[in-house]
Design a binder for this molecule. Structure first.
Ligand SMILES: C[S@@+](CC[C@H](N)C(=O)[O-])C[C@H]1O[C@@H](n2cnc3c(N)ncnc32)[C@H](O)[C@@H]1O
Length: 435
């Protein structure tokens, strides 16, 4: 394995910092973000996977290179791959609501099931005419590797512990059957440090046994245009041993204002799913995220819905200035111990990166207080900071939508390992046809 790193997986401080960034605060009883369950239909033009004949005909019409996305969630990684010119022909995900989001936005054949039995997924693909793919990609659940997850994992019996941390093994059930030329894994940096690096070493060892050359790199999302503190590990493996090119990082820091500055002002508890857009996108990032909207959606914003705010929190939010945290709340107003909850409340700043959007945002929004409005981020704001375009909709109740968003690979980050470029080298003219 080579680790020609912007920050390598062996750089202990980098990994520790990233682990700390993913740490979740202790849980508190808080009202969930209730609201309408949004149901989405399948993306027009993609077949019902239950209709095997139609699916086979559709597969026969699809251009290469083909990828399958494992643990696909809402489809952040899939969208990044698609933006990079890869045809994500199928996705596997056990959560039916996340799979609904994926099917609605990405199309392709969505398989809903448990990848610990990857042979069922492979059977599903074979029945529909997919015997070989070019890329196997995926981001296995990262909670087991987060600080909160680690504490939970350690308390589990050994068998359950292995199951939770060993989901990456599903890759090999799929790789062995579908013979990809490229493999891509995305995860939190702690995937590399867990068990003194044994998990990453085992993953890479399995790839190398199968003749792949691998590279691992921890990338900082902001250097690729994603306006948040977020570091993620990518492992890329190619069969040909071609030198794999990582795009050059940028020095320009994208800001929260770039991502959400043009969205309408809304209060807490705002539940209108579709509202009129008043301002034009003012930054290149916002303009990019407004692209490809349907004609009927051009003057509107969807999913700009917000949580209720408790009255005592509203008073605290009103006192906090951008960049301030719980430690800055006047002692008389605190509900929790500031030494434990020093960053429980974080008021984001317009002209800085956002805090990393993680699945924790589905539990409460206190890490994500709007810089000016006395409320936590809306679903659409969280999606924008994750660089999901505005045409992308999320199925489910508001908390579920936020969980899918927090779990996702930001699509702009997913396009970083320049798989398309490698595909051009590896597959030659074949890949050039894909757009
Ligand atoms: C980190 S998220 C993946 C996010 C996705 N790559 C994206 O960019 O949107 C991990 C996903 O794995 C799914 N998952 C967890 N255990 C699974 C299993 N045993 N089989 C299939 N999917 C599973 C979870 O429901 C979750 O959506």
């Amino acid at each position: 394995m080579t680790a020609n790193a912007e920050s390598t997986v062996t750089a202990g401080a980098t990994v520790r910092e990233a682990v700390a960034m993913n740490a979740e605060p202790p849980r508190l009883k808080l009202p969930t973000f209730k609201g309408k369950r949004l149901k989405l239909g399948r993306r027009p033009g993609s077949p019902d996977p239950e209709d095997v004949g139609l699916s086979r005909r559709w597969v026969g019409s699809q251009s290469r290179p083909w990828a399958v996305d494992l643990f696909a969630g809402a489809g952040g990684l899939s969208l990044g791959l698609r933006d990079a010119g890869i045809n994500v022909i199928a996705a596997a995900e056990e959560d039916p609501v996340a799979a609904e989001t994926h099917a609605a936005n990405l199309g392709g054949l969505t398989w809903v099931g448990d990848l610990r039995d990857s042979s069922s997924f492979v059977c599903f693909l074979r029945e529909r005419g997919i015997d070989q793919v070019d890329i196997v990609a995926g981001g296995p659940p990262c909670q087991p590797f987060s600080n909160a997850g680690l504490a939970k994992i350690r308390s589990l019996p050994r068998r359950q512990n292995d199951e939770r941390t060993g989901l990456w093994r599903a890759f090999f059930g799929v790789i062995d059957e579908l013979a990809p030329r490229v493999v891509l894994l995305e995860n939190v940096p702690a995937f590399a440090s867990m068990q003194e690096g044994a998990i990453l070493a085992a993953f890479v060892g399995e790839l190398e046994e199968r003749g792949f050359n691998t590279q691992a790199r921890v990338v900082e999302a902001w250097k690729y245009g994603v306006p948040q503190h977020r570091k993620r590990l990518f492992v890329v493996a190619t069969r040909e041993g071609e030198s794999f090119r990582w795009p050059r990082p940028s020095r320009k820091v994208p800001t929260l204002r770039d991502a959400i500055g043009d969205l309408p002002v809304v209060g807490p508890g705002h539940r209108e799913e579709v509202i009129t857009r008043e301002r034009r996108p003012s930054s290149p990032l916002a303009r990019r995220l407004r692209k490809n909207l349907a004609e009927t959606e051009i003057g509107t914003v969807t999913d700009h819905i917000t949580r209720e705010v408790r009255s005592d929190d509203a008073e605290i939010f009103a006192l906090m200035r951008p960049g301030q945290t719980y430690a800055d709340v006047p002692p008389a107003m605190r509900r929790y111990r500031a030494d434990i909850f020093d960053d429980k409340y974080t008021r984001l700043s317009w002209d800085a990166l956002s805090r990393s959007i993680t699945a924790h945002i589905a539990k409460d929004g206190y890490w994500y207080i709007h810089p000016e409005q006395d409320r936590t981020l809306s679903v659409r704001e969280a999606a924008r900071i994750q660089t999901f375009p505005d045409w992308f909709r999320f199925a489910g109740h508001p908390s579920n939508r936020l969980r899918q968003i927090g779990n996702a690979v930001p699509p702009m980050l997913a396009a970083v390992p320049d798989i398309r470029q490698s595909c051009l080298i590896i597959f030659g003219r074949h890949a050039r046809g894909a757009t």
